[in-house]
Ligand binder design. Structure first.
Ligand SMILES: [Zn+2]
Length: 384
């Protein structure tokens, strides 16, 4: 090897060594000298005063929320880890609002979710009590942001629920899904206090919901009422809408083949008829009792021409210990009918268990409602 080559090799070696030394020293400085991740000097000073500089360095990243909290003099040491995890948003009162939410009991993940998904409802959340389920409500397809205030209030008053019905089961098994469903169904409001008026056009839809919150017009009368074959009816003036009538007759004929006799005991009732009926019940049983089984005029499904109170073989209203009842529970949905006011759901439907009252919804919908295991009120409240 020539001297020249040896010299060049030596030179290269030195340069390499120098590079290694520089890298080692650089890394040393990088790891040994503490970093402040871009926080302003005044802020770092506070970190030191508050004795939290180690936590800040362990976190290894800049948090604009933390810096703003300190600069605004609204830093609360208790929530340090939350500040570090909350995303910054340019907005008036942002830090104040975050502090209010933290004090209420929400954590940084909740707060990030609220600002991402409910930016226009932050004040509603702040003005209410802590509700551990808000994030859960949000995940439901039937969550309505406009109702957020009601969801929160309903959730923390459910234990004090007052109702003419036994609500122990409702309270003991109450879920956040129920919370949203019941509020969507208006159950947080008293019956008849905030009517939703059904147009006469909508009243002709087979799936229309009528209950103590959804009212029919006093003039509404379905345009396609037909008399039920007197073989399957008490008297010869029981009327339902054509489609419901056809399916009712078919159902009774098939039940008869299985050995069960049943008849329509009460079907279409006009507004005026319902008015008289309700008033008679109030006079007979008193207001409170009548309210549990009789609809006020305009609030009855019978005015739709889609409801039928069914009689058993001895012309009494069907009761759950009758074989006809069991047959209906197992078969009525195949003809488009559902038991409208089931046991245990009195609080939701607004009526006592009525083993005799069936509502026509059409076969497809009746099947879906049955599969959902919900009352029709809940089914609609979930937008299903
Ligand atoms: Zn009825």
């Amino acid at each position: 090897m020539s001297k020249k080559r040896k010299k060049r090799k030596l030179k290269l070696g030195r340069i390499l060594l120098l590079c290694i030394i520089i890298i080692v020293i650089g890394l040393g400085i990088y790891f040994v000298i503490p970093k402040n991740y871009g926080y302003k000097k005044d802020v770092v000073k506070v970190f030191k005063e508050e004795n939290i500089i180690d936590i800040i360095r362990q976190n290894k990243k800049y948090s604009k929320v933390l810096e703003e909290a300190i600069l605004n003099n609204s830093f609360n040491k208790e929530y340090l880890l939350d500040y570090l995890n909350i995303n910054y948003i340019e907005e008036d009162n942002y830090i104040d609002n975050i502090n209010k939410l933290l004090v209420l009991g929400y954590n940084s993940n909740d707060i990030n979710t609220f600002y991402e998904k409910l930016p226009n409802s932050i004040n509603i959340i702040i003005d209410n009590e802590y509700d551990k389920d808000i994030v859960n409500y949000l995940n439901l397809s039937y969550f309505k942001e406009d109702y957020l205030d009601r969801y929160i209030k309903y959730g923390y008053t459910i234990k004090d629920l007052k109702s003419p019905y036994d609500v122990t089961n409702i309270i003991n098994n109450f879920t956040y899904e129920d919370n949203v469903t019941y509020v969507n169904a208006n159950l947080d409001k008293d019956y008849y206090t905030d009517d939703i008026n059904i147009s006469n056009e909508d009243a002709m839809k087979l799936d229309i919901l009528v209950n103590k919150y959804h009212k029919l017009d006093s003039k509404f009368e379905p345009s396609d009422l037909e008399k039920i074959d007197s073989k399957f009816a008490s008297g010869n003036n029981q009327r339902m809408r054509k489609e419901a009538k056809d399916h009712f007759e078919e159902m009774c004929a098939d039940a008869l083949k299985d050995g069960y006799k049943m008849y329509a005991g009460s079907t279409y009732r006009s507004y005026d008829y319902q008015l008289g009926l309700y008033n008679r019940y109030v006079a007979k049983d008193g207001f409170n009792a009548a309210e549990t089984y009789s609809a006020r005029a305009g609030y009855s499904e019978h005015q739709l021409g889609l409801a039928v109170d069914i009689l058993n073989h001895s012309w009494d209203y069907i009761s759950e210990d009758n074989p006809e009842y069991t047959w209906l529970i197992n078969n009525s949905y195949k003809y488009g009918f559902i038991l409208r006011y089931p046991r245990g759901k009195e609080y939701i439907t607004g009526y006592m268990f009525e083993d005799w009252h069936f509502r026509y919804l059409g076969i497809e919908l009746a099947n879906k409602v049955r599969e959902s295991n919900l009352t029709y009120d809940e089914y609609v409240a979930r937008g299903l």
